[in-house]
Design a protein. Sequence first.
Length: 495
Amino acid sequence: MESPGIALPEQKPADATFYRGEAQTLRFVDAAGNWTLSASWGQSRAVTLTDRWDADGRSYRLRVRLWTGPLATEAVVERVSLRLDGHAHASPATLSIATGSTGYPFDGFGANYCWGTETPVTPYMLETMKIAWSRHELKAIFWDLQRDNPAPMLTSDFERIARIQKQDTPWIISLWRLPERFYVDPNQRPMGAFGRQIAGERWPEFLDLIGSYLLHMKTHYGAEPDLFSFNEPDLGVSIGLTPEGQREAIKRIGAHLRKLGLKTKMLLGDTANPRDSHKYVLATAADAEAMQYVGAISFHSWGSGTPAQYQSWAEVAAWLNLPLIVGEAGTDPGSYRNRTYDSYAYGLKEAWQTQDLLRYARPTASLYWQFTHDYGLARVGADGVVQPTGRFWLMKHFNNLTPQKSRVITSASDQEDVAISAFAKDDELVVHVLNTGAARTASLAGLPVGDWRRVTTIEEAGLVESAARVNGAEPLALDLPARSLTTLVRLPAAK
């Protein structure tokens, strides 16, 4: 309580009701002076404060006397106002990078363009975001009906993919669902049901379906996928495969694509989440015949994972000497239902997951879900104009400021709500610092002497530019705004 009040007791007082008095307003201030809770009412009244400890824990009880004496038919009305004021306190952050560390190779950040591609958001994202990898849906149901005369749903996909490939961007094609006749239980389950099984007698027709799709793209659009996968086959979205089933599918599909003269290799895993799902790929990893067709391994980051779970994927990739790709980078797989993804707070969670993936999973690439209307980073206004959101600016730090074909080098933070990553490529050096807490100061050690470009995004403004200068061995002093992402980009030395 404020003066002329008293300090709330730390130990049990002799009288549990340790304060009695008259007041119209009471203010409670925490010991650090950061927070003030004010309670007020219409006139001065008798009040008591009591120190309590019951089954719900310790608390202080405030009682305000509204009436004295018998109360027959009268009504007692009082208006009580409660107000909380203050500012959060954040400890200074000590950050560092090690430019001499070996690190690991990183192609860069990419995106999915699987569906929801029909709105102006998709071309807007293609124009404004750099991508190091992309992923697309193999639309088998449409192809089955239209292979002789593909309609715009297919041709627009083909044209988009061809444009991306002309930029020398590698890409993945993934299969979600098939025409009903291909399943062991055709027309017996609703559209989108999980765990559908391909009928054994349909495999020759199935191989022809996907082979003709890829050959058409190669022949007519000059586009050829680097990798093919079943989407989330461990969960069965929508085709389910056991670990052994994926192994056998990889052998059959890999051999067929090779026979057709396609460069496309198989993407092993592509699991629904990172949580101990590395075990799913081990049956294939132990089979030399299957592994000759595998070009990379993959998981999706939905729901996130622990550092140990991410590290397990990194270790399997290193053991197999294969790239690890985060095929779908995302936090909440159900947020499309109520658009809870459409907030800056959600974007901060995405950015935090990105920093975690870089630190523990050590991927070759991370592909966001998606750069389309689905989980959109931009909205289409009533006037038809595309409007970027706060999440768009956060993502642009990673996609556009991170050098492609770089190395992720060692970095460290001593604060649990500040995450850092750093990238080096020849003379290029980029550092991303994410502060999910209150505003704070920070010191960043390890930066080479020279001029730096500083780019900061907060909820109210994206990609705000300023300059920074590192003059010597002293760490660079930084002010990190609350809930912000700050990127430092080394500028070329003057010649």
